[in-house]
Design a protein around this ligand. Structure first.
Ligand code: SAM
Length: 227
């Protein structure tokens, strides 16, 4: 069965889509599960590395889904042709890598109604991408599995002007409206870690005041929202 993390990604895919690309798909567990549950949906599993690519091909064959899931070897969105997909999922990578993959292939996203993204770290870089490229953040979640905490962020293209405050970029505009247990846990943990980092930074021979100020601002936001 899918991990709790990938199940949550799957649940956050909108109903009205026909073709999903899962980029960095590894064993293609996510697209396989999507296609098994939704007979009307087709998928593309993209992988840049041989090993995971072959694992994906094998899994898709084992599930007898080769007619509906195309497994492709290549970097990021380059495996897609323009307008081919109406949803993209990218899970289990850092937020900066996810953002770079999206930026490098932005012309492949013209028909994408939703980007369902699950960064392991640096979710804020995805929110910055949303502002830059005019996507609206329509859903977010923080989940815990096996002692790890993950964020999921869902973007949809927007006509209007999108803007979020620095605090919303850091903590998540939707999460701030719907804080859950994992959210509190994550940010209490970040708070403690950041506090001790600041203490160390202040003891440096040439303290980086800009960085210290930035971290202290983040501590203030966490204090306002979490404690
Ligand atoms: N998405 C799966 C999940 O969430 O369980 C697998 C996550 S795995 C940690 C990350 C995968 O992304 C690896 O299999 C890696 O080969 C692939 N990957 C990394 N950079 C990529 C890129 N630029 N394009 C396609 N795949 C990439």
């Amino acid at each position: 069965d899918l991990s709790k993390r990938l199940s949550r990604v799957k649940q956050m895919i909108p109903d009205n889509i026909n073709c999903v690309a899962d980029i960095g798909s590894d064993h293609a567990y996510l697209p396989c599960k999507i296609c098994l549950e939704r007979p009307d949906v087709k998928a593309i599993a993209g992988e840049v590395n041989e090993g995971p690519y072959r694992a994906a091909v094998k899994q898709v064959e084992a599930m007898e889904l080769s007619n509906r899931i195309d497994v492709r070897l290549g970097d990021g969105l380059e495996v897609l042709s323009p307008e081919e997909v109406d949803c993209v999922t990218i899970a289990g990578m850092g937020g900066t890598l996810i953002t770079n993959i999206l930026k490098n292939g932005i012309n492949k996203l013209s028909e994408a109604k939703a980007l369902v993204l699950q960064p392991n770290i640096d979710a804020s870089s995805i929110r910055e991408f949303a502002i830059e490229q005019q996507y609206e953040i329509v859903n977010e979640d923080v989940i815990e599995e096996d002692g790890y905490i993950y964020e999921v962020v869902v973007l949809t293209p927007s006509d209007g002007k999108i803007s979020y405050s620095a605090k919303e970029i850091y903590l998540g505009p939707i999460m701030l409206q719907s804080k859950n247990e994992a959210f509190y846990k994550k940010w209490r943990h970040v708070f403690e870690k950041k506090q001790s980092i600041i203490t160390q930074m202040k003891q440096a021979s040439e303290p980086n005041h800009e960085k210290i100020n930035q971290f202290e601002q983040q501590l203030t936001w966490i204090k306002e929202e979490v404690f």
